[in-house]
Design a protein around this ligand. Structure first.
Ligand SMILES: Cc1cc2nc3c(=O)[nH]c(=O)nc-3n(C[C@H](O)[C@H](O)[C@H](O)COP(=O)(O)OP(=O)(O)OC[C@H]3O[C@@H](n4cnc5c(N)ncnc54)[C@H](O)[C@@H]3O)c2cc1C
Length: 450
């Protein structure tokens, strides 16, 4: 059954996923030439680079989310439908969604990725991912709730475990959440919990590789490690996690750590779509595409951003990094190429232009690399602030985020520390896990704490 979409004489481009890639593509397509149908299971676009600030109570969720309907209010021949993308029938040219089928002339898959637990179901069940707004709110709740529980506990070992946070993954997300939590420990906990010895709140950052921020230079990596260590973060590089049962985090050398909060920011795997054959999937389940972002072997289906793997760009023979800029640039390119295809003009091959990378380490500290230039400390921090503020969608969100940052900076405080636990929606993956968890005996300290 097809879903209700007005007929048009224009060719229809259906975009699955309204993240960085999908949103930019929808904005860039010429609305005189195409009817654009955007499908997402949320009714808003989220801004992942600041998700860690929601998780650490620095920003409200609404300040980094923007409703699609507002974003496209003035765009003609544009339709948004909220639905779960389930599969594609390539023979009939229809996208299969939770609310019905959507016929397409061109289909663009831009569903991004999800957390990679590397097949470890136990870790997946008990640790806390941080890729979506839902997950960030859930993480915030658990962090704050564990502090409340620790405050009333007279069992020393349990209290220590409740106050121990282990972050697995030393990439930008791990570094940023570690820095934010370390600042919370330093500036917020002594004020909010005067009867709690805040030195008991311990933050461990673990990574299997020999250094943090593997994708950046050794210099930036050292700056980040030094900054975090000064903030009291305990760094364990060259350390692999082998298991976590909700109470004990086990490392591959057999060492054990008692903790009720394990934040898993260690990997990404592309979201899958039924109907895209396994032969078309590359590393990390990413859909293999040619240099025009066209899915290999399929003429009118494209994939962009984190969900795609393009090995035809000479500088990136193993595929592009899974970054916002890649998704944005591919989206702009595809908009241009679809127009060219429609007008029988030659299409251009995609070439990624690296605009640099950066990560914050906390107040006044960040690392940034643009080309050969490298910054650390205050300059990089200001650069980080400007770049992120500029990238957030909508003037309202920019203003809200800026005001929050100024408030946090001046008062050394964080705006939101509410435990909003009831009715927190969960992602489908976690719904499945929850069903499985119902069979387990009740244990109030074991995540997932839904
Ligand atoms: C915590 C975090 C921090 C990050 N920080 C940075 C950073 O600082 N700089 C940087 O460059 N990159 C950063 N990234 C990576 C960056 O966000 C991604 O590379 C980028 O979002 C990829 O864009 P995309 O369009 O491919 O996918 P996404 O932006 O992930 O968008 C995917 C969209 O598809 C929708 N979707 C998924 N599955 C379905 C389905 N089955 N049905 C319907 N809709 C679906 C989702 O709701 C989402 O809107 C970060 C990522 C995370 C998670």
């Amino acid at each position: 059954m097809s879903i209700n979409i007005p007929q048009s004489s224009l060719p229809r481009v259906v975009i699955a996923g309204g993240g960085f890639g999908g949103l930019k593509l929808a904005q860039s397509l010429d609305s005189d030439l195409f009817q654009v149908v955007l499908i997402d299971h949320h009714n808003y676009h989220q801004f992942p680079p600041l998700i860690y600030q929601v998780a650490s109570s620095g920003l409200e969720p609404s300040s980094i989310a923007f409703p699609f309907r507002s974003a496209f209010r003035k765009k003609k021949n544009f339709l948004f439908r909220m639905a779960e993308v389930e599969g594609v029938d390539t023979l009939r040219s229809v996208l299969i969604t939770s609310v019905g089928e959507v016929p397409y002339d061109y289909l663009v898959l831009a569903c991004g990725g999800t957390t990679n637990f590397f097949g470890n179901e136990e870790v997946a069940r008990h640790s806390l991912p941080m890729k979506t707004l839902y997950e960030a709110i859930n993480l915030r709740n658990i962090l704050l709730q564990n502090i409340e529980k620790a405050l009333v506990s007279d069992d020393e070992a349990r209290r220590d475990a409740l106050l121990t946070v282990a972050i697995v993954g030393g990439g930008p997300s791990g570094v940023e959440i570690a820095g934010a939590l370390a600042e919370m420990k330093r500036y917020v906990l002594p004020k909010d919990y005067p009867y709690l010895d805040s030195s008991l709140f311990r933050i461990h950052l673990l990574d299997a590789s020999p250094r943090l921020l593997q994708a950046m230079s050794e210099k930036s990596s050292e700056t980040a490690a030094r900054g975090l260590a000064e903030l009291g973060v305990e760094i364990h590089t060259g350390t692999m996690v082998s298991g976590y049962d909700g109470k004990t985090l086990t490392l591959s050398d057999g060492t054990e750590m008692q903790t009720r909060t394990v934040i898993w920011v260690s990997g990404i795997v592309a979201n899958t779509i039924e109907g895209i054959s396994a032969e078309t999937l590359g590393r990390g389940r990413r859909i293999l595409v040619d240099e025009h972002s066209q899915v290999l072997g399929l003429t009118n289906i494209f994939a962009i951003g984190d969900q795609s793997l393009m090995t035809a760009d000479p500088k990136y023979p193993n595929g592009h990094p899974q970054l916002a800029q890649v998704a944005l640039q591919q989206a702009k390119f595809l908009a241009h190429n679809l127009k060219a295809r429609l007008q029988n003009q030659p299409e251009s091959p995609f070439r990624y232009r690296d605009l640099g990378s950066m990560a914050t380490i906390g107040r006044n500290r960040a690392v940034a690399e643009i080309g050969k230039a490298k910054w650390g400390g205050f300059t990089a921090w200001v650069l980080w602030l400007v770049v992120h503020l500029r990238s957030i969608l909508s003037v309202r969100n920019k203003v809200v985020v800026l005001l929050n940052w100024i408030w946090n900076y001046v008062t050394y405080d964080r705006s939101l520390r509410l435990i909003l636990k009831r009715n927190v929606p969960v992602e489908p993956y976690h719904q499945r896990l929850q069903r499985e968890l119902k069979e387990r005996p009740h244990d109030e300290d074991c995540p997932p704490h839904k």
